[in-house]
Design a protein around this ligand. Structure first.
Ligand code: ADP
Length: 363
């Protein structure tokens, strides 16, 4: 990542609330040993990376969930070997939680609606794809699922297939990106009226039951804010990190601050902040005007020790591209907007090393 300290250096609260002094001491011993296991590409330990969740010590048994990509399953035997040092431990149960075929899962979030989260998701997906990655985009924004429209898919029909593990949704495809959206399950022009447990079930199903095939990156466009829906998605999926979108405005910044605390509390690394609508460049003299204020993203990044990954200008072609299903990064990768997204995609690729030996496909 381009600046500040690595997003993977953050520390988290204990993995599980201790129940009694013996369990507490044992949980701590387990956590300390798990912290000696380093994921080689990301160069940090699996606890700080948020891969270990739901750690429980019950009597002489250890239970934990390991949230990883398809290339990281070898961490399971490593965990079993390392924890075999615990003389009291009779057995370690590691449940691997992964999305079939997916290597790196990233979430795009924002503190509030309308700041350009979906625009960012779509353009970042295009930028990663232009750099040679196989990309999927899951639109989980139950309050405004407009990714299909932004990619020109409108209200396309979602098909399912029967597999050995049950019925699975087939993603649609646009501009080489695989797409699934909660909006595709709703009737045209009707709001999604799901609430509470139904909402959780649908989102979890989306995460588990889409037949993505082989993907280098799966981007999940989260609903805005820090409610139940976000927490469910984040906890139920092997998200490696989250990108937060904000405008420079102080009210938007305050919401992002809350989001960052929420993600850190549940142990998901915050990869950085993307500031959208940072300025408007004058069509005549080229002078940038900070319509929504100046420096908010930078200030927040410094305060919360997160990276400011990019500043996206206001550009009428973003709006037009969103409406016509032709994202600007695809229509004009050499535009300022396109360049910012390509830079962010490069920074992600440097961090996750997902695409190897693939040519840069720029026109
Ligand atoms: P969110 O997902 O946060 O609700 P959207 O991505 O749907 O926000 O963006 C809201 C509106 O703002 C859309 O009409 C979009 O085209 C427009 N928009 C977003 N970013 C920009 C930008 N940098 N310049 C111009 N219009 C933008």
């Amino acid at each position: 990542m381009p600046n500040h300290r690595s997003p993977f250096q953050s520390t988290h609260e204990p993995l599980a609330p201790p129940s009694d002094p013996i369990s507490e001491a044992r949980s701590q011993a387990v956590t300390d040993l798990l912290k000696t296991i380093v994921e080689p590409i990301l160069d940090n330990n699996i606890v700080s990376l948020g891969m270990v969740r739901n750690l429980r010590v019950v009597d002489d048994y250890v239970y934990l969930r390991l949230y990883v990509g398809k290339h990281q399953h070898a961490l399971k035997p490593q965990i079993e070997t390392v924890l075999s040092q615990l003389t009291w431990c009779k057995k370690v149960y590691v449940q691997i939680c992964t999305i079939s075929g997916v290597r790196t899962t990233l979430a795009i979030s924002s503190g509030k609606g309308g700041v350009g989260k979906s625009t960012t998701s779509v353009n970042l997906a295009i930028a990663l794809s232009l750099q040679g990655a196989k990309v999927g985009l899951l639109d989980a924004d139950v309050y405004g699922p407009n990714i299909p429209q932004m990619l020109g898919l409108g209200h396309s029909q979602v098909n399912t297939i029967e597999t050995e593990t049950g019925t699975r949704f087939l993603p649609l495809e646009a501009h080489g990106i695989k797409v699934m959206s909660v909006g595709l399950l709703a009737e045209p022009d009707h709001p999604l009226a799901w609430r509470g447990p139904v909402l959780h079930k649908i989102i979890t199903q989306f995460i588990q039951d889409v037949e993505w095939g082989d993907l280098d990156y799966l981007l999940i466009d989260l609903p805005p804010g820090t409610g139940d829906a976000q927490i469910t998605i984040v906890q139920e999926s092997p998200i490696c990190g989250v990108l937060l979108v904000t405008t420079p405005q102080q009210v938007a910044i305050a919401d992002v601050r809350r989001s960052i605390h929420m993600f850190r509390r549940v142990g998901i690394p915050v990869l950085g902040i993307i500031e959208n609508m940072s300025y408007l460049r004058c069509g005549h003299c080229g002078e940038p005007t900070p319509i929504f204020g100046r420096g908010g993203g930078q200030q927040l990044a410094e305060e919360l020790h997160a990276s400011l990954l990019g500043q996206i200008p206001i550009d009428a072609r973003i709006c037009a591209g969103g409406d016509s299903g032709q994202p600007l990064t695809m229509a004009d990768p050499n535009s300022r907007v396109g360049q910012v997204f390509l830079d962010i995609a490069s920074a992600l690729e440097r961090t996750f090393c997902t695409v190897q030996d693939k040519p840069l496909v720029l026109n």
